[in-house]
Design a protein around this ligand. Structure first.
Ligand SMILES: Cc1cc2nc3c(=O)[nH]c(=O)nc-3n(C[C@H](O)[C@H](O)[C@H](O)COP(=O)(O)O)c2cc1C
Length: 192
């Protein structure tokens, strides 16, 4: 069982990347958690470039998603919505729509912001976008508001309630991925 973690932030000290780090620490031993860090290399979507041979960063992202049993995305909020770089990457992955690697893939969304509400609007919009790609959006939300106060100086999430909520989301995501593979809809990536 493999979960792919994608942070929607390019920032070195990103709270969303730290949130993914916290999630990685919560998965059971038999679950692999892989970070995908190639977001900055994904070029702006151009339908003229969306040919059989995709740009390398796009091909790598498509492959990483296809090779995972589930995806966890931590998104910042920019002007009440999904940061452009993350939306752009999903637009690339979404094509061709009928056979894109997000189709039926269990995906959960969490988020952190320095504002009070923890990127809730961005998370809602991201879930809508993911549903449009055909992803199986897993219920559950973690909204890390006032992010600078929720992590210690080593970048660890220290808010017990948020850690509990994060564990619930991770557990649901794994459960949906396991149910999907036991219904033989998709073999476990780690078993393929
Ligand atoms: C262009 C821009 C727009 C932003 N808009 C919002 C916003 O709408 N709501 C919010 O809570 N924070 C907003 N912020 C602040 C982010 O929550 C903050 O920069 C956060 O640290 C980004 O996540 P990261 O730490 O993972 O990079 C914005 C920041 C930027 C740079």
């Amino acid at each position: 069982m493999k979960i792919l973690g994608i942070s929607g932030s390019l920032r070195r000290d990103s709270y969303n990347t730290r949130l993914l780090g916290a999630a990685a620490g919560l998965v059971p031993e038999d679950v692999e958690f892989e970070f995908w860090g190639g977001l900055k290399e994904v070029p702006p979507y151009d339908e003229d470039d969306d040919t059989e041979e995709a740009p390398a960063a796009v091909a790598a992202l498509r492959e990483a998603i296809a090779g995972a049993d589930a995806v966890l995305i931590a998104t910042p909020e920019y002007n009440s919505s999904v940061p452009g770089q993350l939306k752009n990457a999903i637009d690339w992955v979404s094509r061709p729509l009928a056979m894109n690697p997000l189709r039926n893939k269990p995906v959960a969304v969490v988020g952190a912001s320095t504002g009070a509400f923890g990127a809730v609007w961005s998370q809602a919009e991201l879930r809508k976008v993911l549903a449009a790609t055909g992803a199986r959006v897993v219920e559950g939300e973690v909204a890390v508001g006032h992010a600078p106060t929720r992590f210690d100086e080593d970048g660890r999430l220290v808010d017990e309630n948020l850690l509990e909520q994060l564990e619930e989301v991770v557990t649901s995501l794994i459960a949906v991925a396991v149910a999907r593979c036991t219904s033989s809809e998709a073999p476990l990536a780690s078993a393929a």
